[in-house]
Write a protein that binds this ligand. Sequence first.
Ligand SMILES: [Zn+2]
Length: 336
Amino acid sequence: MDEWVDFSAVKGAVSLEVVLRHYQVPGLRRRRDQLEGCCPIHRGERDDSFRASLSKNVFHCFACQAHGNVLDLVAAMEKCSIREAACRLQQWFGIAVSSAPARPEPWGAGKPELVRENKGCNPPLHFALTGVDHAHPYLQQRGIDRATAAEFGMGFYGEPGLMSGRIVIPIRNPSSEIVAYAGRALDGRSPKYKLPAGFRKAWELFNIQRAAATSSQTVIVVEGYFDCVRVHQAGFPFVVALMGSSLSASQERVLAERFERVFLMLDGDAAGRAASRVISTRLSEKCSVALVNVPEGAAGSAVAHGHPRFDPRGDTRKSNRQRRIADLQRAGLICS
Ligand SMILES: [Zn+2]
């Protein structure tokens, strides 16, 4: 599973200025088509040693002699190969990968990237978006209060960039590192959810870091980000989202390894019900699975509202777990 990287597309798509801003290089001054400042690579004192030509998209440091294009800059900053630098830029800035070759290219496959790919994980981002508005009315419309939005780091992003004008939702790995932002369109534009190119959502479970931190043996599985956040807000922190209605092999492995019991709470539409059947069959070979009875046409999170809370830690003890399941059965939330 080698990742296809188009070096020239990356160089053409990302300007040095954007990358320097990404690294928050302080004190850069603009002079005609040049940026001048402290060198972010050797971090010297002189504030005029580093020059970047915006028209040529190249840089040069007169002190440490570092020079090159955006890929060279990122490789120097990240201490990685050119190939890995290109992968990161593709991911950070969501550069579309137009076509993949039939077989992996023979040149310079960056080792660190390959190791990650073999393990099936997305590399963490080296930045977090700032200026995210947690109080945007769209979040209210979706039933998410400001405190919860802030806790999840989600909100409206108005700055220029890949996610501009969208509701951004950070996706974290089990170690709580941000691996991508999903951007929800507000004006019906396509795609409804934008993800960076190269990011594999099949390798992640949204909110797994919180669900795992509860040490709950039970996990609630929903389809979407907003469902997940609403279920959390309703008092059930041991919830994850598939980010769709299919279960990847990697997601299946994580669920089976970390949890004893899965409450499947996919949407109440035909797709959700069909997916529930397939997923419960697969998971039931590895752990205990219960289907939550979601009303026709409703999102999974609808049933979490108004349900009495229970101690999320309690389910490590069998009696509490049984009591909870009985609770859910009485409330008509479980159909099997
Ligand atoms: Zn330098």
